[in-house]
Design a binder for this molecule. Sequence first.
Ligand SMILES: NC(=O)C1=CN([C@@H]2O[C@H](COP(=O)(O)OP(=O)(O)OC[C@H]3O[C@@H](n4cnc5c(N)ncnc54)[C@H](OP(=O)(O)O)[C@@H]3O)[C@@H](O)[C@H]2O)C=CC1
Ligand SMILES: O=C(O)C1=N[C@H](C(=O)O)C[C@H](O)C1
Length: 247
Amino acid sequence: MINIVICGINGAMGKVIKRELETYENIRLVGTLSPRNGNTGEDIKDKVDVVIDFSNPANIDYLIDYNIEKNSALLICTTGYNLEQKNKIINAGKKIPVMLSSNTSPGVNVFRKILKNISAELNSFDIDIIERHHSKKIDSPSGTAKTLAEDIISVTGRDKIETHALRAGTIPGEHTVVFSGNGETLEIKHTAFSKNIFARGALDIALKFYNKPAGFYTTEDIFNNYDETFDEKFHERETSKCLRRLA
Ligand SMILES: NC(=O)C1=CN([C@@H]2O[C@H](COP(=O)(O)OP(=O)(O)OC[C@H]3O[C@@H](n4cnc5c(N)ncnc54)[C@H](OP(=O)(O)O)[C@@H]3O)[C@@H](O)[C@H]2O)C=CC1
Ligand SMILES: O=C(O)C1=N[C@H](C(=O)O)C[C@H](O)C1
């Protein structure tokens, strides 16, 4: 049994996680955080194994301090961080296990493996990312689109990948990578039919992640069963990826 705390429980994702939690006998919700509403977790007396965050980048300083004080793992599913915030997250890995996951669905993590193979093979093609999300989504392009762009850049050596974003209706999340060549196109696409897939993905990751040693982790570390604890070289590599993304 692990004890979790959720930041963003009243948001769209928070509500879905709360419902999904009812089907997990090995996870107990021991509290919630909402710093902007004055809920800073003082009432939480139980041990906290992992804080799951689906909220807003504005909460990041608070979350890092809270987790360091509690010595708990921090699973950040929020997207839209700037470079300075991402650096703080990576640095927090010196003290606590911290994971930044732009997409917790199992499907997207397989998508990423396939994407790297195809991108390396079709480097002579134009490569574009198209993402579609609900009209309430704040950040654009999506965190997943940025992650997919980084994956393509890592195997093709390109400087930038074009991303195209649509915000409309209630679309839970759709990502397509289009490879356009001379007289042909190849597309790979992931569609989330509901937010449940992200909620269950986050809870499943929390179960695997809560007892890892301090370090900065990504979803790949869990899906590939690979641990990377904090080291300076890794930090430099992540920072340069951020710089490239923001360029
Ligand atoms: N990694 C993944 O797989 C997924 C990631 N996401 C990401 O999760 C995040 C939340 O998504 P979603 O639930 O749809 O968003 P919502 O806007 O529905 O909820 C976000 C919550 O964050 C808090 N919040 C909002 N604005 C602020 C602010 N300015 N300052 C501090 N706190 C704020 C609020 O909680 P309160 O009222 O308690 O303060 C709010 O309920 C987004 O970044 C989204 O991209 C979404 C789906 C999947
Ligand atoms: O805000 C959302 O809804 C989603 N956000 C994540 C992102 O920015 O990639 C993941 C998913 O696509 C849904």
